[in-house]
Design a protein around this ligand. Sequence first.
Ligand SMILES: [Zn+2]
Length: 249
Amino acid sequence: MSFFNSIGRSMSRNPRAQKRSPTPTSATFPDMPPPPVPPSPASPVPSKPLYLCSPFVEAALVKGNFKTIVVLPKYVDIMEWVAVNVFDFYTNLNEFYGAISECCTQHSCPTMSAGPNLSYTWVNQDRKSVNLAAPTYIDYVMTWVQNLLDDENVFPTKSGHDFPQSFPSTIKHVYRQLLRVFAHIYHAHYPQILHLRSEPHFNSLFAHFLAFGREYELLDIRDVKGATNASVGVGLLWDKWREMGILEG
Ligand SMILES: [Zn+2]
């Protein structure tokens, strides 16, 4: 089963906007929030994000390599396995975002940023890339994914209903967007995750998400590490976790 199909119908489904209006802006990145300051008082500029610092980078609920928990169990259909895992990733991520969402506002996060030089754009119904404030962008993603999950034609739950042919490409799009939500939270809201003492849970959720995405070819490595050699926040986390043996190459 190839997950590298061309763009499927998923991108033609426009997510239902919530009542906020989208606010496309120019391609500049104004008012970027400053990166979190690491604990060391004498740290050089630019400072290293907290999530890359010890002990936070090692914090985890699950010890060891994630490969073992992503492999397809015997007798389980691969589509079912991917569907149920994506459902869980979405549900957990949505809960985390819900817990920190009051800190993610049009003012604090005017762009969907995931690093000092990285902002994601949203492709609208006219196939144009637009900049959205992070809370708007994330609303769009979460509403879109929720609608897909609720759609019996996309995520069949009744026996006798098959997964559509477009399922792999739909899932790849879902995965890409969920990755961006993770990346934004790591970049912009890690202090709140720490404040909730949720970093072991959040790290384990993200490591599981990355390991699963690699196992089933749902992730494009460029989405994790950026298109160029520029250091992208969660790309550095990926590298670190590979060094630590949490993730495979
Ligand atoms: Zn935010």
